[in-house]
Design a protein. Structure first.
Lengths: 114, 143
């Protein structure tokens, strides 16, 4: 079965919550990147990524966060992540990205932290 | 019991999920616990993604995966007929892990795959032989 990813979006005030469902790997990372770039281009720079539906991430997925987080911060926003599974968190931790990306236990907590 | 499994995949990134499922299932059946099977699967995904993108330059090709089981470890051999892998890149990552802060500053979207692969495995070897890239990956069954 091909790698699959679907991404839904919702707003809470000026914060956009995106919820990817599936795996973020070399095949699907460009879709995830496209959604984040569209938010950036439309000035929606406060973003929470609800990771509860992401069962798997590889370095290609981390690379999307890594290449774009600076752009969001430069425009007065941020990308925060929430509700990661232990396995997904481990990938972020192994590459040292947990010291850069603000990761919260829940989406609510991430929204409040803006 | 010693067993050997051979798998063959086209170099197509849309099949990565299928490749991961196959490797994970065999790793569990051959004696790795869930956590170690997951780590091995992530490492294989990183390597195969690298082969598709750099060795076959996102063109056509075949990737061969052989899984050997030994009493205390699984040994995977991953082969392709693509461009030679620059060995100094692997040696460089082994000596000095990528600087994530610098990569964020430079807005890089890649460059961590090999590092992640190394962290997930107990041993990684590369050689070029008979116009093939040959990777040997080892994952112990216990600490």
């Amino acid at each position: 079965m091909p790698s699959k990813l679907s991404i839904s979006k919702r707003k809470e005030g000026d914060i956009t919550i995106i919820s990817p469902q599936g795996s973020i790997d070399t095949h699907t990372a460009p879709e995830f990147e496209k959604v984040l770039k569209e938010l950036l281009d439309s000035g929606q720079v406060k973003v929470v990524v609800d990771m509860s539906g992401v069962g798997y991430i590889s370095s290609a997925g981390i690379g999307v966060f890594m290449s774009l987080i600076g752009d969001f911060r430069e425009r007065g926003g941020d990308i925060k992540a929430a509700a990661m599974s232990e396995k997904v968190y481990k990938v972020f931790e192994t590459v040292g990205f947990t010291s850069i990306l603000d990761i919260k236990n829940t989406v609510e907590e991430a929204v409040k932290s803006f | 019991m010693l067993r050997k499994i051979r798998l063959e995949f086209p170099a197509d990134p849309s099949l990565l999920e299928e490749i991961r499922e196959a490797v994970y299932k065999h790793a569990l059946n051959l004696g790795l616990n869930e956590n170690r099977a997951y780590e091995l699967t992530l490492a294989v995904d990183e390597l195969i993604s690298n082969v598709i993108e750099h060795s076959y330059e996102s063109g056509e090709g075949t990737i061969y995966v052989t899984i050997d089981t030994e009493p205390d470890r699984l040994k995977l051999t991953i082969e392709d007929h693509g461009k030679p892998f620059p060995e100094e890149v692997l040696e460089g990552v082994k000596k000095k892990p990528p600087d994530i802060n610098q990569m964020v500053k430079e807005k890089k979207n890649g460059g961590m795959g090999l590092f992640l692969m190394l962290k997930m495995l107990d041993k990684v070897e590369y050689r070029r032989k008979d116009n093939k890239n040959i990777w040997i990956l080892e994952k112990h069954k216990a600490n």
